[in-house]
Design a protein around this ligand. Structure first.
Ligand code: FMN
Length: 188
């Protein structure tokens, strides 16, 4: 039984992105921890929080709650992330979350040559995205993939998507059905 972390950056109760994520979660065998980012008290790292975090890190004290998201992310054995396509990327709350998990000594370290080395346990990350129109550039996914591969040592990173959902006359059921089918057929 794997520890699966579901990072939910979908604000709408009827979110179609979360709907796809639930399909992935049904397929996976493990204990799912759900992290609804909109229910967390997540704020951008301001000067106070960053200074405090730096002091604690320098003292090797990672017990403070400020490190809880980084520790949870590092410990997860599989990660599922759902984020709608907003402004070619993802909702800002996910970027705030990414700032909180970026902690040297928890999610990654620098080796003697200054190369980042991942400290995360996850064997893969599955990213879900849905878009109102076409996904021209999947910048949110590309960003998460780069950070996970370069810093956190998580690979593979995979994406399942559904596009054109807000286009007038779109058959949303059919579009989502095709995405669900791809998830069901995938080896994840
Ligand atoms: C703030 C905001 C920005 C958006 N930006 C884009 C965009 O750049 N391209 C696009 O195709 N759709 C865009 N959309 C539409 C959403 O991607 C689309 O409705 C998506 O399916 C919403 O996901 P959900 O059903 O999980 O909430 C945007 C929607 C919002 C609210």
């Amino acid at each position: 039984m794997k520890d699966i972390l579901f990072i939910d950056a979908c604000v709408r109760p009827e979110s179609r992105t979360r709907y796809l994520a639930e399909e992935v979660l049904r397929k996976l065998d493990g204990k799912v921890t759900r992290l609804d980012l909109y229910k967390e008290d997540l704020r951008p790292l301001d000067l106070d929080t960053l200074s405090r975090r730096n002091e604690l890190s320098a003292a090797g004290n990672f017990e403070d709650p400020v490190f809880r998201y980084a520790k949870q992310f590092a410990a997860a054995e599989k990660i599922v992330m759902a984020a709608p396509y907003w402004d070619l990327s993802f909702p800002s709350i996910l970027k705030v979350y990414m700032e909180h998990i970026s902690v040297v000594g928890i999610t990654f370290r620098y080796d003697e040559n200054g190369i980042p080395r991942g400290l995360c346990s996850a064997d893969s990350l599955i990213y879900l995205v849905t878009a109102g129109g076409p996904i021209y550039q999947n910048l949110g996914y590309e960003y998460v993939k780069a950070v996970c591969e370069v810093f956190y040592g998580i690979s593979p990173i995979r994406c399942f998507s559904a596009e054109d959902l807000d286009v007038i006359g779109a058959d949303t059921e059919c579009i989502l059905g095709e995405a669900v089918q791809k998830i069901r057929e995938a080896v994840i």
